[in-house]
Ligand binder design. Structure first.
Ligand code: GLC
Length: 425
């Protein structure tokens, strides 16, 4: 009896224990959070801004936890990491931030977002950016911010020496030489390292002289006097006119920005993200900076002011186990309110058109109004699933010329033959 009673007691105790465990599990699961992992960069103020946004998103959505996964600054390194992540066919990272050039290469690994957005929602974005993110009829990313290469100049120094912002590269060289020699600072800093940023800068020179690397049919047309002049101009800025330091051949965006922000250069080619940082209280050039469209070339028909179109997109890994939550996060980050916050604090140009009418945004970053046409006319890079290889041929050869490993002529002819071989021409 006693035994049975004991057993009965144990049974009752076990049942109670099981019931309590079940209840706890139920309570926990009703509060259970889904964790989504998102890749994140840290150029300029972008990481701080994103962290604040994510905090707000998690407050609004207590059932979703977002973990940020740090990525390197160079878009080329980011691309290589994304290749590793996506080809592993793992569920994380769930949300990826991709360069504007990346969607064709990754399209097969990304969720088609079309069913998750209404036409009305999509109509708020730049149509060109939506087209950019559509590949083989699938909308594989949502535009997050757009970019265009621009010229930053020291308005105080140009005024001191009686110069206007330069309209041509020749004028920029003249002003940079004159001022840098007197002020003992650099003349012009830009992105000359062997990575995607150099392709962006180089394309601006090429277009500005009326040349191109691939024509509208994808034919390689890089062996031209315009393209040679573009590369020769970049080379001469370093070795002939000495307005750019030899070190520019190792610079990425942040290297150029630090020098310019420190007051150590007259001109800088960079993206809009620099603006809020240059105006911050710890900046040596606060209130002394102007922005303009990049100069144009001279001596050829078709010379024009050119800006490379850049920007970043948000996409979802096809193998993610939390697609609805990831969509929710993308909708939050691309809402007009969040894009305005990001534009003001990270200087990243909105992908949603209406945000350009927000007075607070224009007040904080006036270039979004004054250089609006530069954004509208910015020139895209080729849309190709093998863009990364095309670009690598470009920046490797350009960098080889800029570091004197090849002559300008050798670099252009090698670039041309390598591109032709890659593209089967
Ligand atoms: C910026 C642009 C991006 C470009 C990169 C090059 O991040 O937005 O499109 O590829 O710079 O460094």
């Amino acid at each position: 009896m006693a035994n049975l009673e004991d057993k009965g007691g144990i049974f009752v105790k076990r049942s109670i224990f099981l019931a309590i465990t079940l209840m706890i599990a139920l309570v926990i699961s009703s509060f259970a959070t889904v964790t989504i992992v998102m890749t994140a960069g840290a150029v300029g103020a972008e990481l701080q801004v994103l962290q604040t946004q994510i905090k707000e998103f998690m407050q609004q959505n207590p059932d979703i936890k977002v973990v940020l996964m740090p990525m390197p600054n160079s878009t080329t390194d980011r691309y290589n990491l994304d290749v590793t992540y996506l080809s592993a066919q793992m569920p994380v990272p769930d949300v990826l931030f991709l360069d504007t050039i990346d969607p064709p290469a990754f399209a097969d690994f990304l969720v088609n977002l079309k069913p998750y957005f209404t036409d009305q929602e999509l109509s708020q974005f730049f149509q060109g950016a939506i087209d950019n993110d559509t590949y083989n009829g699938r909308l594989v990313a949502i535009p997050w911010f757009v970019d265009a290469g621009i010229l930053y100049y020291r308005a105080d120094l140009l005024q001191k020496y009686g110069f206007q912002p330069p309209k041509t590269w020749d004028q920029l060289i003249e002003e940079a030489q004159y001022i840098s020699q007197r002020e003992h600072i650099q003349g012009f800093v830009w992105q000359g390292a062997a990575y995607e940023g150099l392709t962006c800068d180089f394309m601006e020179f090429v277009h500005s002289y009326g040349g191109n690397i691939l024509d509208e049919n994808g034919k390689v047309v890089s062996d031209s006097p315009q393209v040679k002049t573009a590369l020769q101009t970049m080379y001469d800025m370093i070795y002939k006119y000495k307005i750019s330091p030899v070190g520019v051949t190792t610079y990425q965006e942040e290297d150029a920005r630090h020098i310019f922000q420190n007051g150590d250069a007259v001109f800088m080619r960079n993206w809009p993200y620099c603006w809020p940082l240059l105006q911050a209280t710890d900046s040596a050039v606060r209130g002394k900076v102007g922005v303009e469209v990049l100069p144009e070339g001279t001596g050829f028909p078709g010379v024009h002011h050119s800006a490379t179109l850049g920007g970043w997109e948000l996409a979802i890994n096809k193998y993610s186990e939390h697609i609805p939550e990831a969509v929710k996060l993308i909708k939050f980050l691309t809402s007009p309110q969040q894009e305005a916050y990001k534009a003001i604090n990270a200087g990243q140009a909105p992908s949603v058109l209406s945000v350009y009418n927000d007075p607070a945004v224009i007040k904080a970053v006036p270039l979004f109004k004054s250089l609006y046409n530069v954004f509208m006319n910015a020139e895209p890079r080729p849309k190709s699933p093998i863009y990364a290889q095309i670009s690598q041929i470009i920046y490797d050869n350009v960098n080889a010329a800029l570091t004197k490993q090849e002559t300008v002529d050798q670099a252009i002819s090698r670039m041309t033959s390598q591109l032709k071989q890659l593209l089967g021409q």
